[in-house]
Ligand binder design. Structure first.
Ligand code: FCB
Length: 446
């Protein structure tokens, strides 16, 4: 078998989900509130006033939903554990009912020979921690490391892969600068402080995970986009460079090179996070993988009228866009990873999320989401090209197994391979589910 065949057979195909978006059952079996439960109560925060009290009711329907995974023929399932189901008080009380829930899932996945890929933090900070200042309060780092130790001590190597955080950019920037995610603030200094605490929590949890699950692989998941200049004009080129540093490199550089990007330090000196000696060393703990969530690119123009960023992102007029209004741009994935590979000594990579929202309609016969099929096909083709180019890319996860609660967009946006009828809790395979199943089968069978 040549090297390429080895890569093909060990490559992991999966689907992804997250606890708050699918589980529901927010107030039973000992679960406490998270910042997203609170945020959903806030007038105007979520489109149509939706909340995730029930969502896909996966907490009760998980057996049926794991069968969907088996039908798809995936190698792995990326899901998150809800911190507020597991550690339920400031004193560190551990809720066994929470752990039992995930144990059943892990057992069933093993039974189906599907590898569990766990994310520890997919945005659902317990509200009792938010009441102490949340990610702004440095004590949250200790709380996260404790939570990570409880989970990894309990599940150990039953889990194939632990990711500490999902998209710290979103928690910090959408939560504390743009104000559209929980807890909903708009302050750059706070956003960067929160970002630092998130990275520190990640870094300090890594050795604990390694110790408790020595055979699992450990890393972090980042959302990254290429920031292309909208034109050749020097202003636009410069603005794109700054946007890249502020959004991508702000998270990558500390993880890989133990420092924050100098251009951003120079641009916002008054917003720099408070840190202590040893923080950067902790953040740069060795990684077994970086997970990249890729959806679209950003096309940047300098815009001084925008006093928060100094730039704006604009989609070319003739582009295809998703129901989220995001440009469909598979080449961006190729460019992004190629550039990162030139700039850094990268650990192995995974594409931990990729997918699109579409206006799916069920006409009682089928859900013909051919736009999603093309989207997936084109991105999977880029994955193939990246591997051929020699990038150490080890897996691809489609977002998402099924339609779910899409944060500030509520139930309005559908990303699933399976359609969810929220009235009946029926799951209906879309064309994209058949496509993905077929793709995996054919690629693995080669
Ligand atoms: C990512 C999130 C995921 C989902 C997709 C569409 O930013 O990680 O939970 O909402 O976007």
């Amino acid at each position: 078998m040549n090297k390429n065949n080895d890569v093909v057979s060990s490559f992991i195909y999966g689907v992804a989900s997250s606890a708050f978006q699918i589980e529901g059952a927010t107030a039973i079996d000992g679960r406490v509130d998270s910042i997203w439960d609170t945020f959903c109560q806030k007038e105007g925060a979520i489109l149509n006033g939706d909340n995730a009290d029930v969502t896909c009711d996966y907490y009760h329907l998980w057996e049926r939903d794991l069968e969907l995974l088996k039908n798809l023929g995936v190698d792995a399932y990326r899901f998150s554990i809800a911190w507020p189901r597991v550690v339920t008080s400031l004193d560190g009380d551990v809720n066994n009912e929470g752990l039992d829930f995930y144990q059943q899932i892990i057992d069933r996945l093993h039974y189906y020979s599907i590898k569990p890929y766990v994310t520890l933090y997919h945005w659902d900070l317990p509200q009792y921690l938010e009441d102490q200042g949340g990610w702004l309060n440095r004590d949250v780092v200790t709380a996260f490391v404790y939570y990570a130790s409880v989970v990894s001590d309990y599940f150990g190597d039953q889990v194939a892969s632990y990711a500490t955080l999902n998209e710290p950019w979103c928690s910090a920037m959408l939560g504390y600068l743009h104000g559209i995610h929980a807890p909903g603030f708009q302050n750059r200094r706070q956003a960067l402080q929160v970002g630092h605490h998130l990275l520190l929590a990640h870094g300090k949890a890594m050795p604990v995970l390694r110790q408790n699950a020595p055979n699992a692989s450990h890393g972090i998941v980042l959302n990254l986009s290429p920031y292309d200049a909208g034109s050749d004009k020097q202003d636009d080129v410069l603005a794109a460079k700054l946007a890249d540093e502020e959004n991508n490199q702000w998270f990558l550089q500390p993880l890989l090179e133990a420092k924050y990007p100098q251009v951003i330090i120079d641009k916002y000196p008054e917003c720099m996070p408070k840190m202590r000696a040893g923080d950067m060393e902790a953040i740069t703990a060795p990684l077994d993988f970086i997970g990249i969530n890729y959806y679209t690119r950003q096309r940047i123009f300098c815009d001084e009228s925008n006093d928060v960023f100094g730039y704006r992102s604009e989609i070319p007029e003739d582009s295809e866009v998703t129901a989220m209004g995001w440009e469909v741009y598979p080449e961006g994935l190729f460019n992004l990873i190629s550039e990162l590979n030139e700039r850094y000594q990268l650990p192995p990579l995974l594409i931990t999320e990729n997918g699109m929202a579409a206006d799916d309609e069920y006409d009682e016969v089928q859900i013909n989401d051919s736009v999603r099929v093309s989207y997936l096909r084109e991105h999977l083709y880029v994955v193939k090209r990246l591997i051929e180019k020699g990038i150490d890319l080890r897996g691809y996860f489609a977002w998402s197994l099924m339609d779910n609660f899409e944060w500030a967009e509520g139930f309005d946006k559908r990303f699933g391979l399976y359609y969810v009828d929220y009235e009946t809790q029926e799951r209906i395979p879309k064309l994209s589910a058949y496509f993905y199943k077929d793709y995996i089968e054919k690629t693995k069978g080669q």
